[in-house]
Design a binder for this molecule. Structure first.
Ligand SMILES: *Cc1c(COP(=O)(O)O)cnc(C)c1O
Length: 453
C-alpha cells in the first residue's frame, strides 16, 4: 500500500501541475481515443514505469474540472477539506447499511441529516438519507409520494392513472422517475413558467383541476430550487398553497442550488421550504464536495421506512434500527458519501458553507456586470442565479462553446430557454476570484477575434 500511496502522491502532483499549466486538456477525438491512449486490458501485467506512464497520459488528457477555466455544468473546483474526507472514505471503505459495519460513520451521516432537517424548519420526525445523485434523490421522493398516496402500490403495482406535475424547465429526471416508478412518462404534466423560468402556480392549479375532472389521480408536485439551465427558483409558498388545497406531496428539487439554505443572504430564495414534504440537495454542486454527494430529507421518517425498508436477517444483526441506515436507503451496499461533507462542514463551520455559497453569487454578479457593460454581449439570465447565460456578438453559442473546447481554451456549455440558445457560464467553483471571471471573458474574446466564425 505504501508504494501505491507514493505513486498516488506523485500522480496528484502531476495532476495539479497539469491543471495549472494546461487548465483545459486537449480533447482527444473519440475515433482516435483507443489509438492515442493505452486503455487496452491485456493478458500480461503492466507494471512500474509503464503503469505509471499510462496513468499520467490518461490524467493529462482527462478534462480538468478543478481548473480556473472550467465553467461547464454544474460542479467544479476542489475544496481540499472535502476531498480529504472522500479520500478517507475510500481508505476506510465502509458500507453504510449497518452500524455494525460503519460504526461512527453512521453518526456522521445522521448528524448532517438532522442538522439539515432542523435548518429548513422540518419537525422532529424528519429524517433523510444519501442517494447516488440528485436524479436518485428525486426518485426516492416520487417513490415515497407514490406509496403515501396509495400504500397498496408497493405490493400490487400501479393500476390507476396517477399524475405528477413539474415545470416545463425542470430536470429531466422527473420524467425518467415517472417511468421508473411505474406511473409512466405520459403522466407527467409540464407546468408553464414565467419569463424567468419560474413555475406558474395558477397553471399548476388549473392542470390539477383539469386532471381530477378527467378522472386522473394527482399525487406529486416537483418544485425546483435552481433550474438546470437558468438557475431559477420556483415560488415555494404559492406552489405549496396549491398542493395543500389538493392534498398533494410537494418535493423541492434543490440539486443545483438548494445549498442556499446555508446562506442568510440567499435563503429567502427558498422561502416556504418548511411547507414541502421532501427536499433534496447536491453538496457536489454548490458546496463543492467531490461527486457524488446528494441528500434527500423528508418531514416524517416513516415515509423512508415505508418505501425502502425490507427485512433481511442476513444483514441486520444488531437491533438499533435507527442506526441501521440500510432500512431507509435505495441501495443495499452503499458508499460513504457523508464523510466528505462532514469534514468540510466541521472544518469551515456553517458560516464557512455560507461564504462558499455567497461567493458563487458574487462571481455571477461580476460576470453579469461585465456582460451588461459590454455592447458585444447579450444577457439572457437574471439576478440571484449562478448560471450566467449570454451570447457574444452573433456567434452561435453551440459553435463558440465547441470551438473553445476543441481548441483547449475554455470549458463552458450552452443551453436554451424558449427557443433561444446561449452560452451558459456557471460560477459554481468557489475557489475562483474576480480575475478568473475577467480572464474567462478575455480568453473568449481573443479566441473569437483570432477565429473565423
Ligand atoms: C443536476 C440536477 C439534478 C440531477 O442531479 P445528478 O446528481 O446529476 O443526478 C436534478 N435536478 C436539478 C435541478 C439539477 O440541476
Amino acid at each position: 500500500m505504501n508504494k501505491d500511496l507514493h505513486l498516488f502522491n506523485e500522480l496528484v502532483e502531476f495532476l495539479i501541475s497539469e491543471e495549472q499549466n494546461h487548465p483545459v486538456a486537449s480533447p482527444i477525438n473519440t475515433n482516435e481515443l483507443y489509438q492515442t491512449l493505452d486503455l487496452n486490458l491485456n493478458d500480461n501485467p503492466t507494471i512500474d514505469d509503464s503503469f505509471k506512464n499510462t496513468l499520467k497520459a490518461i490524467i493529462k488528457s482527462t478534462p480538468k474540472t478543478a481548473s480556473t477555466s472550467f465553467f461547464n455544468q454544474l460542479f467544479g473546483g476542489r475544496i481540499s477539506k472535502a476531498t480529504l474526507g472522500d479520500l478517507l472514505a475510500v481508505m476506510l471503505n465502509n458500507s453504510m447499511y449497518t452500524y455494525k459495519v460503519a460504526g461512527p460513520q453512521v453518526g456522521i451521516e445522521k448528524t448532517i441529516l438532522k442538522k439539515i432537517c432542523s435548518m429548513i424548519g422540518y419537525p422532529e420526525t424528519a429524517d433523510g438519507t444519501f442517494a447516488p445523485g440528485g436524479s436518485m434523490s428525486n426518485h426516492m421522493a416520487v417513490l415515497m409520494a407514490r406509496d403515501n398516496y396509495n400504500p397498496s402500490v408497493r405490493n400490487e403495482g400501479v393500476s390507476t392513472k396517477m399524475t405528477l406535475y413539474t415545470s416545463d424547465v425542470s430536470h429531466y429526471s422527473i420524467a425518467k422517475n415517472a417511468s421508473f416508478i411505474g406511473v409512466g412518462r405520459d403522466q407527467v404534466r409540464a407546468i408553464k413558467t414565467n419569463e424567468k423560468g419560474e413555475m406558474l402556480a395558477h397553471d399548476l392549479d388549473h392542470q390539477i383541476i383539469k386532471d381530477i375532472e378527467l378522472g386522473y389521480q394527482p399525487f406529486f408536485v416537483n418544485a425546483t430550487a435552481g433550474t438546470t439551465v437558468l438557475g431559477a427558483f420556483d415560488n415555494i409558498e404559492s406552489i405549496s398553497n396549491v398542493c395543500k388545497k389538493h392534498n398533494l406531496w410537494l418535493h423541492l428539487d434543490g440539486a443545483y442550488c438548494g445549498s442556499v439554505i446555508f446562506s442568510n443572504e440567499y435563503k429567502h430564495l427558498v422561502k416556504g421550504i418548511e411547507h414541502t414534504n421532501s427536499f433534496s440537495v447536491n453538496a457536489h454542486k454548490m458546496l463543492g464536495t467531490p461527486l457524488s454527494c446528494s441528500i434527500i430529507v423528508t418531514r416524517d421518517k416513516k415515509h423512508l421506512y415505508e418505501s425502502f425498508s425490507n427485512e433481511a436477517e442476513y444483514l441486520y444483526q444488531t437491533s438499533d434500527d435507527g442506526f441501521n441506515l440500510g432500512k431507509t436507503s435505495l441501495q443495499c451496499g452503499r458508499r460513504n458519501d457523508a464523510l466528505k461533507l462532514w469534514t468540510l462542514w466541521k472544518s469551515v463551520g456553517t458560516t464557512g458553507l455560507e461564504s462558499i455559497v455567497n461567493h458563487q453569487f458574487k462571481l455571477a454578479e461580476i460576470a453579469r456586470h461585465y456582460i451588461k457593460n459590454n455592447p458585444d454581449y447579450t444577457l439572457y439570465s437574471f439576478d440571484d442565479s449562478i448560471s450566467v447565460c449570454f451570447n457574444y456578438k452573433d456567434i452561435p453559442a453551440n459553435t463558440l462553446c465547441t470551438a473553445l473546447y476543441e481548441n483547449a481554451q475554455l470549458m463552458v456549455g450552452f443551453g436554451n430557454f424558449r427557443g433561444q440558445e446561449f452560452v451558459r457560464m456557471v460560477t459554481i467553483n468557489s475557489s475562483l476570484q474576480e480575475d478568473d471571471i475577467h480572464n474567462f471573458f478575455k480568453t473568449l474574446e481573443s479566441f473569437a477575434i483570432s477565429t473565423d466564425f
